[in-house]
Design a protein around this ligand. Structure first.
Ligand code: DX5
Ligand code: ZN
Length: 271
């Protein structure tokens, strides 16, 4: 069954739920995002480009402040990287930190699970305040079941593919996912070099969505910075995860604003 095409304007509120609206997005919360609703000539209607800073590169001793600064710069989603030391060679955080973050921001929390056996932890993340939960195709034996489990907790369900995983492996779940996350580095660490070959998957996902009338959004993660954002946006990405480029050095507010400005210019160049 085909899902309806993207709405005329996607308004993303603090809960992370996209709402159909004729009004502009809340200019107090999303001052720059408002300007990033652009017309996409390759698809049916306007798209919304959002910046999702990854806290992986933030100063964890001052997490609330770091998130607040990035939000002031126009970030509208907070990306939270969960690593288990098995699926990826690194360990990060779990539900307690998500719970604390939930108290510190009204923005949607986009929890990227880089863990094995994600089904065992989905309830804990949802109860801690995750709004969006994504799982890797590579670890899910029963991907349809896992995505429906995320939805049963009233969270947006995303599926992630590593650089070596083709989008064709997602063919049978694209009608039920809310977003697809394309890894543009091998997951595990922040500050890695962008892999440009992954952009072909962004284009492919945009084409499939247009052909089949699906409604998922397209997110990218890894190596997004001022020197790569132009090609990332022009390929059709809508949700831009950036860790090092926001929190690595300097002021997260200025960094976020600069990235969104660059995204805006790139979106105007799309052909
Ligand atoms: C990598 C993580 C990313 C990472 C991105 O495994 O999933 O979210 O934080 O960091 P940058 O933007 O520094 O490449
Ligand atoms: Zn991530």
């Amino acid at each position: 069954m085909l899902r309806r095409a993207a709405p005329a304007i996607q308004r993303v509120g603090p809960s992370g739920r996209a709402k159909i609206s004729q009004a502009s997005p809340d200019s107090r919360l999303f001052p720059i995002v408002r300007d990033l609703v652009v017309r996409d000539s390759s698809c049916a209607g306007p798209i919304l480009i959002e910046l999702a800073p990854s806290i992986l590169s933030a100063d964890f001793a001052h997490l609330a402040d770091q998130v607040e600064r990035a939000t002031a710069g126009g970030a509208s989603v907070i990306h939270v990287d969960i690593m288990d030391g098995h699926f990826v060679p690194n360990l990060t955080i779990g539900p307690p930190v998500v719970k604390s973050l939930r108290q510190a921001t009204r923005l949607p929390l986009d929890c990227h699970l880089m863990i094995e056996n994600p089904d065992e932890y989905i309830a804990a993340f949802a109860e801690s305040g995750a709004d969006w939960i994504s799982v890797h195709q590579e670890v899910c034996r029963h991907l349809n079941r896992t995505l429906n489990l995320i939805k049963s907790h009233d969270c947006r369900a995303g599926v992630v593919v590593n650089p070596a995983t083709p989008v064709e492996t997602l063919s049978e779940v694209l009608d039920i996912v809310d977003y697809v996350l394309v890894m543009s580095v091998n997951p595990g660490f922040g500050g890695q070099k962008f892999i440009p070959e992954t952009l072909g998957k962004i284009r492919k996902l945009a084409d499939i969505r247009a052909q089949r009338g699906y409604a998922y959004r397209i997110e990218i993660d890894g190596g997004v910075a001022l020197d790569t954002i132009n090609e990332v946006v022009r390929a059709g990405t809508e949700i831009l995860v950036a860790g090092n480029a926001v929190f690595g050095k300097g002021d997260p507010r200025q960094n976020a604003a600069a990235l969104l400005e660059a995204a805006k210019s790139a979106s105007l160049q799309r052909v």
